[in-house]
Design a protein around this ligand. Structure first.
Ligand SMILES: [Zn+2]
Length: 273
């Protein structure tokens, strides 16, 4: 499992954008040398150059503004984070190349992370919330855990995926009940977003509003999942001229989908009858 620094620090930037600017959460106590972390400085500086942007969602920023920020964050993290964390885990967690700007996560660790995703997330929020409560004691934050959870917000506009599925792959029927779709088309996360926390083409099917609403936050039956995997395989190898298909299917495999489904069940998600 490999990630480029670009992918990694884009998420990082988005997270901290929300925590620092939207929720005003300080990230470190004054250590005598400085009152602000390097990351806080980058984002506060960007906001001071343009007073309006601090009120915007990260995803609403112009693409070149976002890129400039990621570049800065990447620069700081290359120096202070990538190697330090590598040392903390004694090199067992991941390897990295500063020159090629990528990290590769050990197979065992990756499987572990996937399997215990929900639990690890909860532990992470707990430790993070404790730290932030301490640092922000002068201005005690409310609903801190909600803020941490919301720091990587759901991308609401799924129109992009609906268009690809309808126009490029000619999906015209509800994936679940098979009825012809009319103008009211829902885009359904096959494995609930709450677990995957990312919008990717391989996890979307089109559904009629009734099925989508009934399915809600549940898992499809295993047989249905197999159909999604077959469909994904067709998409993955298609020579469709949609540039982003390769990007959407990066790190995807049918096995991964089965694993996610199983881990979701372990985590308490129920199947939809
Ligand atoms: Zn339906």
């Amino acid at each position: 499992m490999e990630l480029t620094f670009q992918q990694l620090f884009e998420k990082f930037t988005e997270n901290y954008w929300n925590l620092i600017l939207k929720y005003n959460l300080r990230q470190m106590s004054n250590n005598g040398k400085s009152a602000y972390s390097s990351l806080e400085k980058i984002l506060i500086q960007a906001a001071s150059e343009n007073g309006v942007i601090r009120y915007l969602e990260y995803n609403s920023l112009q693409a070149d503004g976002r890129n400039a920020l990621v570049l800065e964050v990447k620069r700081v993290c290359k120096r202070n984070v990538v190697g330090a964390l590598y040392g903390d885990f004694e090199g067992k967690f991941y390897g990295f190349s500063l020159k090629e700007e990528r990290i590769w996560i050990s197979t065992v660790v990756y499987a572990f992370l996937l399997k215990y995703k929900l639990e690890i997330e909860k532990l992470n929020y707990y430790a993070w919330a404790k730290l932030l409560e301490k640092i922000n004691a002068h201005n005690p934050p409310t609903k801190l855990v909600d803020k941490l959870e919301l720091a990587t917000p759901k991308r609401n506009n799924l129109l992009f995926y609906r268009r690809i599925l309808q126009k490029e792959f000619e999906e015209q029927c509800c994936f679940y009940c098979g009825r012809q779709l009319n103008e009211k088309v829902h885009v359904d996360h096959v494995i609930p977003w709450q677990l995957v926390r990312e919008d990717r083409l391989w996890n979307f099917v089109l559904a009629c509003p009734a099925c989508n609403i009934r399915k809600n936050n549940r898992l499809p039956k295993k047989e249905m999942l197999e159909l999604v995997i077959q469909r994904n395989e067709i998409m993955r190898v298609s020579d469709m001229c949609v540039n982003s298909i390769a990007e959407e299917f990066k790190n995807y495999s049918g096995d991964m989908m089965v694993n996610l489904w199983q881990y979701a069940k372990m985590g308490g998600f129920r199947e939809w009858i």
